[in-house]
Design a protein around this ligand. Structure first.
Ligand code: ADP
Ligand code: MG
Length: 374
């Protein structure tokens, strides 16, 4: 019997996935499989020119959310939206979802109604159907959702297609979901310290709290890109944080990148939260996760079309792999950009790039219910 015991935390989340993959190499590969592990969703051929994509994401109470803060209808919405986000990141349209749910004994029928109302609302918003699942008791509320989507072969976009000279683009604004998490954690601490007499003031932070509790998948953005005649060369959704996702595109495409920090948009409310906690707003924008915006690259000929689109920004350029992933701002000049961001299981750093001096971004160590939702 093998007595050795290596804690899984020694590998880190991404090391763990590599290790799993190494156990699966002997499975004969179908010629219809186009992409397996390693992108936002797996892609396989479903028809002559039609591809299907499939993705799954789990949300666990105490790891990804705190039930005292998130209304169950928001949780239902979020569970669907984070999966749709991975489908959209392949430039695909979501079709069907299944839901496996584990319910603790203290969960009520009314809460379950709220949960399923939220899921129904998201399914309607994204034009998809919920077609099945599985139900069990559990020690904590647990939701595992799978979404299947569809894309024409000529439209599919992977993490791996970025080329030197392409421009790096971002939908919406970033850092808001992390700001929302900061506010909620702070309120929880105040509640614990002051008990019943404490009245939470969440009015001033509606936007960032919504970003954290009820994120939107950017199906509208891929529709807008299609209308504008832009097919991104690579794409990923922002679950772990902008810096981390730029690294994923870099690694998969075999390229480096420079992010122009002043070009990365954040909402004024996100800035207000960073100011209140005396944090660095750039750290929120670069390392805060769970915004579920789209990060993608386009060929230089398409940059003008991106400039003409509302709510999409050009934030950087793709360079040779030897340059690594860097951040540029007028204050600091060019600096290596470490892929800090949320990772389940603290592992060793995932790349050889140097760490940024000084503030490396929000520390997630003390956040019990932050997650990459993924
Ligand atoms: P995302 O953040 O886009 O949801 P993840 O970082 O969760 O992506 O996963 C990266 C890749 O690893 C994906 O292709 C995913 O399907 C795969 N993956 C994650 N966990 C497992 C697992 N337990 N077994 C097999 N593949 C996994
Ligand atoms: Mg993803």
């Amino acid at each position: 019997m093998n007595q050795s015991f290596t804690p899984i935390s020694s590998l880190g989340e991404f090391g763990l996935i590599d290790r799993m993959q190494s156990r699966l190499v002997d499975i004969p590969r179908s010629e219809n499989l186009i992409v397996g592990i390693g992108d936002d969703a797996a892609v396989y051929r479903a028809g002559e020119t039609t591809l299907h994509v499939v993705t799954t994401d789990v949300l666990i109470e105490g790891v990804h959310f705190d039930r005292t803060f998130i209304p169950t209808s928001y949780l239902g919405w979020k569970a669907i939206a984070v999966n749709v986000s991975d489908v959209v990141a392949m430039n695909a349209k979501p079709l069907y979802a299944t839901v496996s749910a584990g319910f603790p004994r203290n969960f009520s029928v009314e809460m379950m109604d709220g949960l399923y109302d939220g899921m129904a609302e998201a399914c309607k918003a994204y034009g998809m159907e919920l077609v099945g699942g599985d139900t069990s008791t559990a020690h904590a509320l647990y939701l595992s959702i799978t979404v299947i989507g569809e894309v024409d072969e000529k439209d599919v976009v992977f993490r791996r297609g970025a080329n030197v000279g392409d421009y790096l683009c971002l939908s919406g604004d970033v850092g808001g979901a992390y700001a929302g998490l900061k506010v909620l954690l702070d309120q929880r601490e105040q509640l614990e310290n002051m008990g019943e007499s404490y009245e939470p003031d969440l009015e001033a932070f509606q936007y960032v709290i919504q970003r954290q509790l009820r994120p939107k998948a950017r199906l509208d953005v891929i529709e807008g890109l299609k209308k504008a005649g832009v097919r991104p060369t690579s794409m990923i959704d922002i679950s772990d944080g902008l810096a981390s996702e730029v690294h994923h595109i870099g690694m998969r495409s075999g390229v480096g990148a420079t992010v122009r920090v002043p070009a990365v948009p954040f909402d004024p409310e996100t800035r207000a939260v960073a100011d209140q906690f005396m944090d660095d707003i750039d750290a929120y924008a670069l390392f805060g996760g769970e915004d579920y915006e789209l990060l993608f690259t386009v060929v230089p000929e398409d940059v003008q079309k991106i400039d003409d689109m509302q709510g999409v920004s050009v934030i950087g350029t793709i360079e040779e792999a030897s340059k690594g992933v860097r951040a540029y701002s007028p204050d600091t000049g060019l600096m290596p950009l470490h892929p800090a961001g949320y990772q389940h299981f603290d592992g060793p750093p995932q790349t050889d790039y140097e760490e940024l001096d000084g503030d490396e971004g929000p520390s997630f160590d003390d956040t019990e219910f932050s997650g990459d939702g993924a």
